[in-house]
Ligand binder design. Structure first.
Ligand SMILES: Cc1ncc(COP(=O)(O)O)c(C=O)c1O
Length: 391
């Protein structure tokens, strides 16, 4: 149990001896890289989200790049996304020689504004993919985005790095567009340390991703070593990459997947507790919450008009009191590479800019004790009280 004076980390992975046993089994099996455990992980993950094809990769960044490539993104094309995301959403397009067009987020959420998606697609026919990002697991307006993209012949590739298991009446996030990419990075809702999964409906796209994630070799290693035909024979038919997920990590992923619903329930309960603790407190705003939110992160909002300090001061006081905090996200107009390449300015993205200046990610993970959760609440409320703006 977390003691009063112990730091509360931003994230703590929930592992038990089940993950340990699964890894040891793989180590003792003699087969470490992508093989039958990864095939099982892909099958189980695909069944969970209802995707006919699920392809395990070494990161969501690789997955985004592979999915974009499979849908024709490359030199001479552009992708459309929001500046309010992690670097890799845009960087994966840059790896392919494509360019990035940015649209602001909505005023009341962290999601790309569908009006601006429609406008950008109308204005620029070289946009060949829209990449909505479900920040913190709260879903973008996928119906409108998919409709707009379809009307202009653009693909929809969901950055679902935060969105497992976000779910709507139409299905799970990551299965609502042409492709969806999940992350199993160390702080994600289920984790393999590093890793990711690409979900696609189209069989040709799945075959392309499978080929390109493994050097453009036309046979998988597992097939070469288990098939009765010559194990050493293969051909390289494309200029591919090396993006496979090894069995050691897939073994962890399978155990985590089996726990995903429980983790989700625990995060939801923690979000309820935080919301109750912060509701009505001057200076604080609750995170946006829509149907099917996976609650990957708790993005506390600050109301600058009601506080006498800025976000950085507020955040550093939380840190000083032992809370592990983070910021999701530093928008791309604040990052040198993207700002300079695309001439981005904060003034062109007023909603993303305001969110950037007023958001703090609080410690948030399944398994956090009620005592620790209450200490997070008390610490934040005390800071808000200390910094309440005088009228
Ligand atoms: C929104 C978003 N997209 C993509 C990624 C990339 O994930 P990975 O670290 O698995 O490459 C992240 C990682 O934090 C993310 O937050």
């Amino acid at each position: 149990m977390t003691k009063r004076d112990e730091p509360i980390p931003f994230f703590r992975p929930s592992f038990s001896d089940e993950e340990e046993r699964a890894v040891i089994e793989v180590l003792r099996s003699g087969w470490l890289t992508t093989g039958k455990v990864t095939l099982e992980f892909e099958r189980e993950f695909g069944a969970f989200v209802g995707s006919p094809h699920a392809l395990a990769v070494n990161s969501a960044t690789s997955g985004l790049m592979l999915a974009m490539e499979a849908f024709g993104i490359g030199p001479g094309t552009k992708i459309l996304t929001t500046p309010y995301t992690f670097a890799s959403t845009a960087m994966s397009a840059r790896h392919l020689g494509a360019e990035v067009v940015y649209a602001d987020i909505e005023k009341d959420t962290y999601s790309i504004d569908p009006d601006l998606v429609e406008e950008a697609l109308r204005r620029d026919p070289s946009i060949k993919a829209v990449v909505p990002v479900h920040i913190a697991g709260n879903l973008c307006d996928m119906d409108r985005i998919a409709r707009a993209a379809r009307a202009r012949g653009a693909a929809v590739i969901e950055d679902a790095a935060h969105a497992f298991p976000s779910k709507t009446d139409s299905g799970y996030a990551g299965t609502l567009g042409d492709a969806g990419v999940f992350s199993f990075y160390a702080t994600k809702t289920i984790t393999t340390g590093e890793g990711g999964m690409v979900c696609v409906r189209d069989s040709d796209a799945a075959a392309r991703i499978s080929l390109m994630r493994s050097h453009g070799i036309n046979r998988t290693v597992w097939d070469r070593y288990t098939s009765s035909t010559a194990s050493w024979k293969y051909d390289v038919v494309e200029e591919g990459w090396k993006c496979n997920l090894p069995d050691i990590l897939s073994a962890v992923g399978r155990v985590q997947l089996a726990k995903a619903e429980r983790f989700y329930r625990e995060r939801k309960e923690l979000a309820r507790r935080f919301n109750e603790g912060f509701s009505g407190v001057p200076g604080l705003a609750l995170p946006p919450d829509g149907p099917g939110n996976a609650w990957h992160l708790y993005l506390l909002g600050l109301v600058p008009e009601e506080l006498d300090c800025d976000r950085d001061t507020f955040a550093s006081e939380l840190q000083g009191a032992g809370l592990g905090i983070s910021m999701h996200f530093i928008p791309h107009f604040e990052l040198t590479y993207f700002r300079e390449r695309y001439g981005l300015a904060a003034a062109d993205f007023p909603n993303a800019h305001r969110r950037y200046l007023t958001t703090v990610s609080l410690p948030f993970w399944p398994g956090m004790t009620e005592t620790a959760a209450d200490r997070v609440i008390d610490t934040v409320r005390e800071a808000a009280g200390r910094h309440r703006a005088r009228a």
